[in-house]
Design a protein around this ligand. Structure first.
Ligand SMILES: C[S@@+](CC[C@H](N)C(=O)[O-])C[C@H]1O[C@@H](n2cnc3c(N)ncnc32)[C@H](O)[C@@H]1O
Length: 205
């Protein structure tokens, strides 16, 4: 059996092969829903996409009339290089989300299909709460790999990725609360046969 590789190595290769585009298409509907939830009736806001891939969500949100800044961070250099070629206006950083902290806090942190790839998802939630968000700021996460979505359980083997934390919805909610988040909510988006939907978690600082 082939040796598993870290998520950023695997996704860096996906960017080289153009697989980032298909991934963005696959995530579009759930992300549109997540953005609707956090942007509805928003006055001016700053936005950060954690694990931004090729930066497609950053570019989408930057067009919102109330958006004052939109930035993305990803650990795969090839993803960040791609994001910068699409658009040099928004700010993109290549960094490890396990330790990185933005230079100034933002109002909304969004992250689609990323948090379970981190070495310590709870430390990430704590970091976001303590150092990434303004007071009243919101974190919204979308996850397709979780315990109740049994069809996803084979992904670590299918994709050869070394770090993938399989948590239940209840466990994610517990981690959000333990990290300090208030008004924690979870929903499932796009449920269909053999697919439990994208698990969406939201919390406020
Ligand atoms: C499934 S992709 C999702 C990308 C993007 N959010 C999207 O929806 O198209 C996961 C992304 O998380 C990034 N990632 C995984 N672990 C990371 C880490 N420790 N630090 C920074 N980025 C990481 C990968 O490089 C990859 O681009």
């Amino acid at each position: 059996m082939e040796k598993k590789r870290t998520p950023t190595v695997v996704f860096g290769e996906w960017a080289e092969r153009g697989r980032d585009e298909g991934m963005a298409k696959g995530h579009q509907q759930a992300v549109d829903h997540m953005l609707e939830v956090v942007l509805n009736n928003r006055k001016s806001f700053s936005f950060l996409d954690a694990g931004c891939g090729n930066g497609w969500v950053v570019r989408q949100v930057a067009k919102h009339p109330q958006c004052v800044s939109a930035a993305g961070v990803d650990g795969a250099q090839q993803m960040i290089d791609k994001a910068k070629t699409y658009n040099s206006k928004n700010h993109y950083t290549c960094a490890d989300l396990d330790t990185w902290i933005p230079s100034s806090p933002v109002d909304i942190v969004h992250s689609m299909e990323v948090a379970y790839y981190l070495k310590d998802p709870f430390a990430f939630l704590q970091n976001v709460y303590n150092s990434w968000l303004t007071k009243g700021g919101v974190l919204i996460l979308g996850l397709d790999f979780y315990e109740e979505n049994t069809v996803s359980h084979s992904w670590p083997e299918d994709c050869g990725v070394s770090i993938m934390h399989l948590f239940s919805e209840k466990h994610w909610i517990k981690l959000f609360r333990k990290a300090g988040f208030k008004e924690v909510e979870s929903t499932r988006f796009g449920i269909k046969e053999n697919w439990s939907g994208t698990l969406i978690l939201k919390g406020q600082k």
